[in-house]
Design a protein around this ligand. Structure first.
Ligand code: SAJ
Length: 435
């Protein structure tokens, strides 16, 4: 029986696994399987990524470079742009991006493109697990149907499941292996196949009753974050009106030992997940004539935070008889959150553009990001030291990297706007204004 054949391969060491999409989700997953002694082939459109992996060179912060090098050297992990390798694979995980279009609608083109390539070489006995975050119904409506149209009965000839990725870039405690992973099979046999394969590398696989449930679990997780971040961002605006320190309020509320979870205000919502995934859910419900008001409101508040930060910067300069126009401004941090090298959807990029539009002469410093392209400007990270900070009229702290000494700003910059409470330890300073 086909399912037993697949399960036997997970036990007798002959399993061959493919991972499509070798980014911050796919590469760590590929390394996990390969580190278990399983033969893994990574598939990606990017020859740069493929060549880098085949040279044993890592490019993902959360992957151990020497482990990747050794796995490639001993033939456990290799990469290719050629999907025909699917013919020899028993299981394939799809970890491709699911961005939004310019219209704000979901863009599942990467899922469909990888699905269509896989279908060309699909064969009886294989498991396909979709990991890309998407709206409820995608797996059954777009994956299952397509395989069945090809004559491959799902749950009998092939097995299909959805398993949301839970990668927190820069998290030193939770990796792919020890983060519980939700799994929803299209049929019970699909679930059995997926549990058998993923159970080899994931410490805890959490079964749910359907692919839709699994798709919705992920969207709940990220919508939960977006809405709570929106809440504290609005709290920051309210606290400023009330002249109360929002950071003190949250710190004190966090002493509640039950029923509270702290979130912190910031310059806006970055990353390719939290600002985007909830919109996949609200979009799907809109097609079903329901308006997900919480999601829309949080998105509205979070996306206006860069404007709010620049408004506060202007007001703080004005209080000191100065203006944004003509100021030499230093934006501290363009990564979308601390201690990572990713600028996708980073609010810092919006803040840079807004300051330039208001006539400031803007530079940035970020130890993780040597150069960046904003909407209209290409910039390089400038040196940051005791001397260099003296030439700025204004600094805006947008990312609170732990390896940066922000106190230098407080000592030398006439005005510092701290959108991350990075200077909390210094106590009140006349030239420091907090979100
Ligand atoms: N942010 C705040 N205030 C907060 C928390 C975050 O302003 O209290 C901002 C961050 O600065 C960042 C954005 O929100 O710009 C997203 O931050 P994030 O911590 O949610 O980080 P991501 O997007 O890198 O990863 C998240 C995962 N993070 C955590 O669970 C802590 C997780 O939600 C998902 O596994 C992942 O997105 C994903 O890939 O979906």
């Amino acid at each position: 029986m086909i399912l037993n054949d697949l399960k036997n391969k997970t036990q007798n060491g002959t399993l061959k696994v493919g991972v499509v999409g070798l980014g911050y989700v796919g590469l760590p997953l590929a390394v996990e399987f390969a580190a278990k002694g399983i033969e893994v082939v990574g598939i990606d459109l990017s020859t740069e990524k493929v060549d880098s992996i085949n040279r044993g060179e890592n490019y993902i912060l959360d992957v151990k470079s020497d482990l990747l090098r050794d796995l490639v050297k001993n033939g456990k992990l290799r990469a290719t742009t050629d999907y025909s390798v699917i013919r020899e694979l028993d299981a394939v995980s799809i970890c491709v991006p699911t961005p939004l279009r310019k219209t704000g609608d979901p863009d599942i083109s990467y899922i469909l493109a990888s699905r269509d390539e896989i279908l060309k070489y699909a064969h009886a006995g294989m498991l396909v697990v979709l990991e890309s975050t998407t709206y409820p119904g995608t797996t059954d409506e777009l994956m299952v149907t397509a395989f069945e149209e090809k004559g491959l009965k799902v749950g009998k000839d092939v097995f299909i499941a959805f398993s949301p990725e839970r990668v927190d870039p820069g998290n030193e405690h939770f990796s792919t292996h020890n983060t519980p992973k939700v799994m929803g099979g299209s049929t019970p046999a699909c679930m059995e196949a997926a549990m058998a394969v993923y159970g080899l590398v994931i410490k805890q696989v959490v079964p749910v009753s359907s692919t839709q449930a699994a798709e919705l679990v992920k969207l709940l997780e990220n919508t939960f974050r977006s809405i709570n971040i929106g809440l504290v961002n609005e709290l920051a605006i309210m606290c400023n009106i009330l002249n109360v320190d929002v950071w003190e309020v949250i710190r004190a509320a966090s002493t509640k030992p039950f029923g509270f979870m702290p979130f912190y205000p910031g310059p806006g919502l970055g990353g390719h997940c939290i600002p985007i995934d909830p919109i996949y859910l609200s979009w799907k419900l809109k097609t079903l004539k329901y308006r997900a008001r919480f999601i829309e409101l949080a998105d509205d508040i979070n996306t206006t935070m860069p404007d709010y930060v620049v408004h506060r910067v202007g007001a703080a300069l004005n209080d000191r008889g100065r203006a944004i126009k003509g100021s030499k401004a230093l934006v501290m941090g363009v990564a979308y959150k601390r201690d990572i090298d990713d600028v996708r959807e980073s609010p810092s990029l919006d803040i840079i553009e807004l300051l330039i539009k208001k006539g400031a002469n803007v530079e940035y410093h970020d130890p993780y990001i040597a150069e960046v392209t904003t909407a209209n400007h290409k910039m390089k990270s400038v040196p940051y030291d005791k001397e260099s900070v003296k030439k700025y009229d204004l600094a805006v702290i947008c990312t609170d990297h732990r390896n940066v000494d922000y106190a230098l700003l407080a000592d030398s910059c006439p005005m510092v706007f701290d959108a991350r409470n990075a200077l909390a330890s210094l106590g009140p300073k006349p030239n420091v204004v907090k979100l």
